[in-house]
Design a protein. Structure first.
Length: 446
């Protein structure tokens, strides 16, 4: 591994301390300087394309044999993927500045004004498996939001991540920024040390398998942002437009089956199941999708190869799907709440009342009507990119973009006031000054 990654010669604590110092530099930069750094990063990715593809080929040759098809698909880079990675960095630069926004403004008294202002979190630690594009997505979002970044890549992608880390650090230095704003932690044995950096690391983001996310959640006192599973559902109501439903389900399953927002379970209203399921089965099987079904589905699809559903909680991550028949919307929502992962759920219905109930009552980070679950993505939502998808109900939920990487602080500007001016005097009983607590118009702090 190259020393440019800063992961081979330093302790994790030294890297975290350097990242904390770098985060304070980033937090003070104006938007123009952060955007210039992003453009330099995009150009660096393009300029290193030959080296990156070679490193990725070595990763695939060395580690690919032990990886499943879905994981291998995430690992592989080509020219088109590299071009997309550079464009994602630029798309983040084009987004509005997430820092210095006035979220609330209150006049406490004349000449005593309180504002609630968006600020960076500080230092992010991202632990990811075979996703080279995770490096560029997260690095772009981190720099734009004024955060420093510690990256821990899985063994299967270390060579690619090492080159990416080096070229991104060089791009930052060329812009007069600290290289330690982005650093790569190397070695599986250092994960636990990284997870122990509370006080230096402000947020841990695991991107990978359910096992990885659960391990991180169980082994750190640092706040964790992420989701353990992506068990996404589509409910097809009796009012559904058949052609629309078939098209949406095909996309949700086959567009990128390895993604966490790919549909894993399709629930069909029993009133249309006998007519709809054979058409759905034919369409999915033509795309190579393996079918699993409940007893009713298997009865309706006699003559079609359909395996019994082993576990409704399964996230296949490949060309496979579970099919079920339900009595209606209520049973569909009960099933989703019992077996879903609060990631993304969709309803196909022309009945507006059914659709609105689903959107209002289903508890998930993203809920959709007549749309593919594959839309649950930071880039598609207009966030430029994402650091991951969160199913938490605290701080950030759904695809996490720039806003999810900021917090806020309260800024009070006065003209010499003291708290004692606003108390009732115990000696005289005289009423002191009264707060006005007048809501002010929001203004940009920068």
């Amino acid at each position: 591994m190259s020393n440019a990654s800063a992961g081979s010669g330093q302790s994790v604590r030294a890297m975290a301390e350097a990242a904390k110092r770098a985060s304070r530099v980033l937090a003070g930069l104006d938007e123009g300087k952060r955007n210039a750094a992003l453009e330099a990063m995009a150009q660096a990715i393009e300029g290193a394309s030959v080296e990156l593809l070679q490193a990725n080929l070595e990763d695939v040759r060395t580690e690919g044999g032990r990886l499943g098809a879905a994981t291998l698909a995430r690992l592989k880079l080509d020219k088109a993927k590299l071009a997309e990675m550079a464009e994602q960095v630029r798309s983040v630069a084009r987004l509005p500045d997430p820092l210095g926004r006035v979220l609330d403004a209150i006049e406490l008294d004349e000449g005593l004004d309180l504002t609630k202002m968006s600020v960076p979190l500080g230092v992010l630690a991202v632990i990811f498996e075979a996703r080279p594009d995770a490096v560029t997505q997260i690095a772009a979002l981190a720099i734009k939001s004024g955060n420093a970044l510690l990256l821990k890549a899985g063994k299967e992608v270390e060579r690619t991540a090492d080159v990416l880390g080096r070229v991104l650090r060089e791009a930052l230095v060329a812009q007069g920024l600290p290289a330690d704003a982005v650093a790569l932690v190397v070695g599986r044995e250092r994960v636990q040390e990284l997870l122990g950096m509370q006080g230096l690391v402000d947020l841990v983001i695991p991107r990978g398998s359910k096992e990885l996310v659960e391990y991180v959640q169980a082994n750190t006192r640092i706040p964790v942002l992420g989701h353990a599973e992506g068990v996404c559902h589509i409910y097809v109501d009796e009012s559904a437009d058949e052609a629309l439903a078939l098209r949406v389900i095909e996309d949700a399953k086959t567009d990128y089956p390895a993604a966490c927002n790919a549909v894993e379970t399709v629930l069909v209203h029993r009133a249309i199941a006998a007519e709809f399921l054979p058409k759905l089965a034919e369409r999915l099987r033509a795309k190579g999708v393996k079918l699993h079904g409940d007893a009713t589905v298997r009865e309706l699809l006699r003559g079609v190869e359909v395996e019994a559903v082993a576990d409704w909680h399964t996230e296949y991550g490949e060309l496979a799907v579970s099919l079920g028949v339900v009595k209606g919307l209520d049973e569909a929502m009960e099933h989703i709440h019992a077996h879903g992962s609060s990631h993304t759920e969709s309803v196909i219905a022309e009945d507006a009342a059914v659709a609105e109930r689903f959107l209002r009552e289903v508890d998930a980070a993203s809920v959709m009507h007549n749309a593919s679950t594959r839309f649950a993505d930071g880039f598609r939502y207009g966030f430029g990119a994402e650091v991951g998808i969160s199913t938490s109900k605290l701080h950030a939920r759904g695809p996490v973009g720039l806003e999810g990487l900021t917090t806020y602080k309260y800024v009070l500007r006065g003209t010499g006031q003291v708290a004692g001016d606003y108390r009732v005097s115990n000696e005289t009983g005289k009423q002191a000054r009264a707060f006005t607590h007048r809501v002010s118009e929001k203004q940009e702090a920068r």
